[in-house]
Design a protein around this ligand. Structure first.
Ligand SMILES: [Ca+2]
Length: 375
């Protein structure tokens, strides 16, 4: 589907399709109802997306050795998804599903794209950012993109007004632990990754990201997110806060280093929890708490072979990479009224029914038509 001007009803239906891939039909319908109920005051949408965080790495999911008070507060006031599955258990494919509502393979995004990939998100796809922009939303991504690092694939070409972040995973850099232990003239080291860059918009802000820069990633992304919320409090916005952490190599700022019994991994998660608190505080200060939907989830489960630098799945089955923790904060007043209309569908705090990211996506007419055209 090419981006085009949509009527409100068509936009809401399209948003519902994409959100259904994240939330399931019940919540997506609620978001659509919220939009339709007050088209002059469209709700904000915040998606906080971590990288490789384990299912059991939040307090309410059973975390041990560190604390997540801000995420637990989000859960207490919102909804906990106990059986949520992402589109695919790997970085780029999962993000492609999240932002388009399409099966990742269907749109040609497989696995985790490497630097200088010739593959990336197509301009023929419509991202959630492109959808909401047509209704006047301000849009931003702060963090990891990973849908292609060539100019035509970067976020500003796909519906985002603002971008500050790394183009792919933080281990795809010359200082990858497996590379730095090789002799300087080793061919494998020479063939290794190009310099890791930090983008600000479509320009390179930092040409060679260092360890010290990586220590600041969570802090920098959070500062950008808070500023974006404050700047756009008078208009609807979509904020996509896609942390690089806790993907290895783990990095944390000094303010959280050495804080937890769990060690560096716990420190990193506590900094992410702090970030969630900063975002929620910014929403409250701006009077937007009851106008904003906040989704917190991870692109996939933990990379268990990294031992104590990996999270905890705590699932004991083969779903540990695809099953993800997920939390939703929604405007309470609105949520309650919709819950009544929908037979208390949204009244439960713990959602245990399976939510598979894309299995809920409705085969809309345009998608069926595209399918027919393609085959
Ligand atoms: Ca990942």
């Amino acid at each position: 589907m090419r981006a085009r001007v949509l009527s409100l009803s068509r936009l809401l239906t399209a948003m519902r399709l994409v959100l259904a891939s994240v939330l399931g039909w019940g919540m997506a319908a609620a978001f659509q109802s919220a939009c339709a109920a007050s088209p002059g005051a469209l709700p904000n949408l915040v998606i906080i997306f971590t990288d490789d965080q384990g299912y059991a790495d939040v307090g309410v999911f059973g975390a041990r050795g560190f604390k997540t008070p801000n995420l637990d507060r989000l859960a207490a006031g919102g909804r906990i998804f106990r059986n949520f599955h992402v589109a695919q258990p790997v970085c780029s494919a999962s993000r492609a599903g999240l932002l388009t509502g399409c099966y990742p393979n269907r749109i040609g995004i497989h696995g985790a794209l490497g630097p200088r990939s010739k593959v990336g998100i197509s301009s023929n796809e419509t991202t959630l950012a492109e959808l909401v922009k047509q209704r006047g939303y301000a849009t931003a991504i702060f963090g990891k993109w990973h849908l292609g690092d060539a100019p035509q694939f970067l976020p500003l070409r796909h519906g985002f007004d603002e971008y500050f972040g790394l183009p792919y995973s933080n281990d795809m850099w010359p200082l990858h632990p497996d590379l730095v232990k090789l002799p300087p003239n080793d061919e494998r080291r020479k063939r290794g990754y190009p310099d890791l860059v930090m983008f600000d918009g479509d320009k390179i802000a930092i040409p060679q990201v260092t360890h010290e820069d990586q220590n600041q990633l969570t802090t920098w992304y959070t500062q950008h997110a808070v500023k974006f919320i404050e700047k756009n409090k008078e208009r609807p916005f979509f904020l996509y806060l896609a942390h690089n952490m806790p993907h290895v190599p783990l990095h944390v700022s000094d303010k959280f280093r050495g804080h937890t019994e769990r060690g560096l991994y716990g420190d990193v998660i506590e900094e992410i929890d702090w970030s969630v608190g900063q975002v929620m505080d910014a929403l409250r200060r701006s009077g937007l708490e009851e106008k904003t939907w906040v989704i917190f989830t991870s692109d996939n489960g933990p990379w268990l072979c990294y031992g104590d630098h990996a999270g905890s799945a705590n699932l004991g089955d083969l779903h540990f990479r695809q099953r993800s923790l997920a939390l939703l904060w929604r405007p309470r007043r609105l949520g309650l009224s919709i819950a009544r209309r929908q037979g208390h569908l949204l009244g439960r705090r713990h959602a245990r029914a399976l939510r598979h990211a894309l299995a809920w996506t409705h085969p809309s007419r345009h998608r069926v038509q595209r399918h027919a055209d393609d085959y």
